[in-house]
Design a protein around this ligand. Structure first.
Ligand code: B12
Length: 271
């Protein structure tokens, strides 16, 4: 890169974030003077991923870090402090707890962390989510929603976040779990007066489970459609079959659930 472009970027950074700028200058000097050891490639990767996903707010970032470290007790303590200080529980789930697991998952994907770390981070995040849900308490139900992960797929971290955010927004959520056959979804829908099913999958090999479920619910005239999400799902994919709508994020699912349960909207309205 040309030196003048580098200098311009440095100047922009100094103006935008003087604290971080000073910190980097000091770190650079300390490195040159041999006061600190240079970071390994792994440490640099973690820093880069954290910089792109962690929140700027320091208190929120501390929660994300404790989730990343898999420390449930620390996470619970920090979340409790935030809630006691009046922070919105949904905001805490979305912007403090979630970035921690997202960083861990990125590291796992790159072969820089392993299954035990994922499970510990998930456990720490669940501890924090539980406290947020307690804080929200019993609110009049905005509607009955079921959530599930498609048959053959065991990835449930995103689905759990989505279910927690729906609950936090006042929906009664029946979480059917992961690796769920379409017949099971149909049964739960019929038995529980469900108005919307939220299905997800992270693997291309299990995407058809969402199609099968949406079509079975339509064939059986349940009047219930499927909000489809998860990393393997796209708007283009969902537009290839009936009785389903694509929702990109848990917060978008909340909007769709509101539309379906309280405004009489149908899947066609979201296509
Ligand atoms: C963690 C993880 C695992 C964990 C899962 C633990 C668990 N309890 O979930 C373990 C180690 C068990 C695992 C196993 C496997 N995994 Co895996 N795994 C991942 C990883 C690293 C992260 C997924 C994750 O949880 N992300 C964090 C959450 C928060 O993100 P998310 O799920 O995308 O959810 C967000 C959105 O998608 C959305 N969302 C999610 N759900 C829903 C639902 C609705 C309704 C809505 C609206 C939105 C929504 O909102 C969430 C928040 O923003 C991904 C790679 C990656 N970086 O994504 C691979 C990945 C998903 N795994 C993969 C594979 C192949 C496997 C295995 C087959 C590996 C193997 N050979 O053993 C097995 C599968 C076993 C099975 N039958 O399911 C592949 C899938 C490839 C593909 N496209 O088909 C991936 C992409 C890795 C890769 N690059 O190849 N995995």
């Amino acid at each position: 890169m040309h030196m003048d472009i580098v200098m311009q970027a440095v100047e922009e950074m100094r103006l935008k974030d003087p604290v971080r700028f000073n910190q980097l200058v000091q770190e650079g000097m300390a490195l040159e003077l041999g006061i600190i050891e240079p970071k390994s490639g792994d440490e640099l990767t973690i820093d880069r991923i954290k910089a792109s996903l962690f929140p700027e707010n320091k208190e929120y970032a501390a929660v994300s870090q404790s989730v990343l470290d898999g420390k449930r007790k620390v996470t619970e303590k920090l979340v409790k402090d935030l809630l006691d200080a009046g922070k919105d529980p949904v905001d805490v789930v979305t912007h403090a707890l979630m970035p921690g697991i997202q960083v861990q998952c990125e590291l796992y994907d790159m072969g820089k962390s392993y299954v035990p770390e994922i499970l510990m981070s998930n456990d720490a995040m669940q501890g924090g989510i539980r406290l947020c849900q307690v804080q929200i308490g019993d609110v009049p139900s905005k509607g009955n929603v079921a959530s599930f992960v498609a048959e053959g797929d065991l990835h449930d971290i995103g689905k759990n976040i989505c279910a927690a955010i729906l609950k936090a927004n006042g929906f009664n959520v029946i979480d059917i779990g992961r690796d769920v056959p379409k017949e099971k979804v149909l049964q739960i829908v019929k038995e529980n007066n469900i108005q919307l099913a939220c299905g997800s999958t992270l693997m291309s090999t299990t995407k058809h489970g969402l199609i099968d479920t949406a079509l079975l619910l339509e064939l059986q005239k349940t009047g219930v459609s499927v909000a489809c999400g998860g990393a393997a799902v796209s708007k283009a994919f969902v537009s290839t079959f009936n009785n389903a709508m694509y929702t990109k994020s848990p917060l978008e699912t909340v909007k769709v659930a509101d539309g379906v349960c309280n405004e009489g909207k149908k899947w066609e309205d979201y296509r």
